[in-house]
Design a protein around this ligand. Structure first.
Ligand SMILES: *Cc1c(COP(=O)(O)O)cnc(C)c1O
Length: 404
């Protein structure tokens, strides 16, 4: 019976040409809206949540401005979309990217706030980077020479950031060489130092040691009258935990999306961050599997008793965390269901004996709607962590809403 009703809905909707002219609608509760022609996953973003978070972060940092780290496609959520939203916030003073092409893409999309490139750049992009006023990082002796040569060639003052390594050991001028490099930049008439920054590590004791190293450099350079521009050190964790890390501005990534860097942080109670996104996908197949059946290539899930299994057209190749099959939940029509299998392009959900779900119903895999599917709740149930969204593929379409 249930099967018949489901086939009826599917066939009427897909068979009717009249309905094809209606654009897909992503909200609403009627049978028609739920069965819109979505066949792929998508991401929804809330403008209000982003603007709220930018304001809250500035509050955490004693009112200081926030430099938004939008690397890795804004942690998988769409760097252009997120940058355009944050460009409207008076609490955001700049955006920081790691790839030259993404820094340019954000500028082309109309972002007019300062853009800091924290990584290297292709020589072929040099002209564009200068023309679009992207701040370039001096992160090694070689990068200094590259920027200096190009600046001399084009006879323009180029705005640079002095990127210091105070102990992360990954990028930047080793802190022992900071004074020498800052002096070289300062005496160079084609370069203007507009930022000085470093990155703190996670262990609090060592982060404090890094702050001491940074402050000592700043003090020496101040005495030498060398302009350092905006000074910043703090990713999300340090900005929450260590007030001395705040400097002139803070530089969070994950917090902007409403997620704390670690699970169960005490600060979650003090600040009202809002999850900024939903990951959604429609039910594209419903089947009653029989006791003894299995799901997946590795026959990962074994059906104990007859149960309805829904298939969603999203998998680990889309960046959905494969560990979700450890027991993550999805929300469909206000009810939570368990993920039982994640393959490259498909995810299966157990509905048990529940027959209220229809083809085309929309599952929310991650979102603010309840604790279990919040980014942190999802990370916990999937035995993951709080940064899992960073793997979402660029190909997943984004829809920007004023608010959810
Ligand atoms: C990623 C990154 C950040 C932001 O880190 P979160 O933990 O996401 O806040 C800040 N600074 C640098 C240099 C980074 O690479």
């Amino acid at each position: 019976m249930v099967q018949n009703r489901r086939f009826f809905i599917k066939n009427t909707l897909i068979g009717s040409t009249a309905l094809l002219v209606t654009p897909p609608v992503f909200s609403g509760s009627s049978e028609f809206l739920k069965n819109s022609f979505q066949s792929k996953p998508w991401i929804e973003l809330s403008k209000t949540a982003y603007l709220n978070n930018a304001k809250e972060i500035s509050k955490m940092a004693g009112g200081r401005p926030v430099i938004a780290v939008l690397k890795n496609n804004a942690y998988g959520l769409g760097d252009i979309q997120v940058a355009k939203i944050l460009n409207e916030s008076s609490f955001i003073s700049a955006m920081a990217l790691v790839k030259d092409t993404r820094a340019l893409a954000i500028r082309m999309a109309g972002v007019d706030k300062p853009i800091l490139l924290m990584g290297d750049f292709e020589r072929a992009n040099w002209d564009k980077l200068i023309r679009h006023n992207i701040i370039l990082s001096v992160f090694s002796e070689a990068s200094f020479q590259k920027i200096e040569n190009l600046a001399k060639k084009c006879k323009k003052t180029v705005r640079v950031a002095l990127y210091l390594d105070t102990g992360l050991g990954r990028m930047g001028i080793p802190y022992e060489q900071a004074i020498a490099m800052a002096t070289e930049i300062a005496k160079n008439d084609v370069l203007e130092m507009v930022h000085t920054f470093s990155t703190l590590t996670t262990p609090k004791d060592f982060a404090k040691e890094q702050i001491k190293r940074f402050n000592a450099i700043v003090e020496s350079l101040n005495k030498m009258n060398i302009q350092l521009g905006v000074k910043h050190l703090a990713p999300s964790l340090s900005l929450i935990d260590i007030s001395e890390s705040h400097q002139d501005a803070v530089r969070p990534g994950i917090l902007l999306h409403g997620t704390f860097p670690l699970e169960k942080m005490e600060a979650t109670k003090r600040f009202s961050m809002q999850p900024t996104f939903r990951l959604k996908a429609p039910v594209v197949r419903l089947e009653l599997l029989k006791a003894g059946d299995t799901i997946g290539f590795s026959r990962f899930y074994k059906v104990e008793n007859d149960e309805w299994i829904a298939t969603l057209p999203i998998g680990w190749a889309d960046g959905y965390y494969s560990g979700a099959e450890n027991g993550a939940k999805v929300l469909i029509s206000g009810k939570l269901y368990t993920v039982v299998n994640v393959n490259a392009s498909h995810t299966n959900i157990s509905l048990g004996s529940d027959t209220n779900i229809s083809l085309g119903d929309i599952a929310t895999l991650v979102g603010p709607d309840c604790k279990e599917i919040s980014p942190e709740g999802f990370g916990e149930l999937a035995n993951g962590h709080n940064y899992l969204q960073i793997n979402y593929k660029e190909s997943i379409p984004k829809k920007v809403y004023e608010a959810f």
